[in-house]
Design a protein around this ligand. Structure first.
Ligand code: HEM
Length: 299
């Protein structure tokens, strides 16, 4: 069977986003519950698309949910598993917030995104309960709320399927992590210091020269080369929140979980200095999900 990535993964340009996470009512290890959630997801996607013009929906499943659902869906990628809380040598911690099903809705506006999110939640309601949700939005020209452009080093869209598709499954892996910012702490630094924290200029995202960029700069921590080849992922993060609380829903697709794990270890200080952005942004939850090919959900 020819397979294709769920199309919303690379549907750039939408400005309103809504993320939902569910726990299966009968537990992730229950084969019937897992199969029910997976078979509800297909009609859920169809209903959601019917509920609104132009919404994109991407659905992911906890590795154990996909594995326990039976042979018809194929195996999840080897070694995927859950995200376990990761703590650095100074106690800085990235807590897990693993759930069973992840849904990402994106649309032109928040009304369409909400309609689609409600339709998916209604389809899953018999077998899964909503555990977490976050609405989010595109901020100006793809900027994080810190003001820095986010996504500059993403690979070109035409190359992305080859970079993120897990061989033999046709699907991909997503890592989702919610970060809460303390923008006052960031903005207490003069501009040139903020730029040294990220490793790029703020106005136009030009990479700082090696000698101007500390080892603790964000891009120094997450740009990793193996045998001269950069370990690429595709990031689709979006900002959320308002005046009192705000941050970033970090979303990255990969064919190999190890790439993300290595970036996270370097960010918490397990492999070199801790990432300077962790002085003003705090992760509140994180999870891994298998995002099967579209054909596995809607036939
Ligand atoms: C508060 C959370 C985060 C913020 C505000 C943030 C922001 C940024 C910014 C502004 C850039 C530079 C522009 C670009 O290439 O997109 C960047 C690059 C990047 N970030 Fe993050 N990021 C965050 C978390 C993460 C996490 C958790 C990971 C990995 C798991 C990550 C992986 C990357 C990668 C791979 C790059 C490209 C590096 C390169 O090749 O130059 N980021 N991020």
């Amino acid at each position: 069977m020819t397979t294709s990535l769920q199309s919303g993964i690379l549907a750039f340009g939408t400005r309103a986003h809504h993320y939902l996470e569910f726990d299966l009512i009968d537990g992730a290890a229950n084969a019937d519950a897992s199969a029910a959630a997976i078979s509800a997801a297909g009609p859920g996607l169809t209903n959601a698309r019917a509920a609104t013009a132009g919404a994109s929906i991407v659905v992911g499943f906890r590795s154990s949910v996909w594995a326990s659902s039976g042979a018809t869906t194929g195996a999840p990628p080897a070694g995927l598993g859950d995200f376990e809380t990761l703590t650095g040598p100074d106690g800085f911690s990235m807590p897990s917030g693993q759930h069973d099903v992840w849904v990402w809705v994106s649309a032109a506006g928040p009304d369409d995104a909400l309609d689609a999110a409600r339709a998916v939640a209604a389809a899953l309601a018999p077998c899964a309960r909503l555990a977490a949700e976050q609405s989010a939005f595109a901020y100006h020209d793809s900027r994080d709320l810190s003001g820095f452009i986010d996504g500059t080093e993403n690979p070109p869209v035409v190359e992305s399927p080859g970079i993120i598709t897990v061989p033999d499954t046709g699907g991909t892996i997503v890592f989702v992590q919610r970060w809460v910012h303390d923008l006052a702490a960031l903005h207490a630094h003069p501009l040139h210091e903020q730029e040294r924290i990220i490793g790029r200029t703020k106005a136009d995202s030009v990479e700082l020269d090696d000698d101007a960029r500390p080892e603790s700069a964000h891009i120094s921590r997450v740009a990793i080369e193996d045998d001269g080849e950069e370990l690429e992922v595709v990031r689709r993060s979006t900002p959320f929140g308002g005046v009192a609380e705000n941050g970033l829903v970090f979303v990255a697709f990969t064919r190999d979980r190890d790439r993300i794990d290595r970036m996270l270890r370097r960010m918490v200080g397990l492999d070199g200095p801790r990432d300077a952005l962790t002085a003003w942004s705090t992760p509140t939850s994180a999870a891994y999900y298998y995002v099967p090919p579209a054909e596995a959900l809607i036939g």
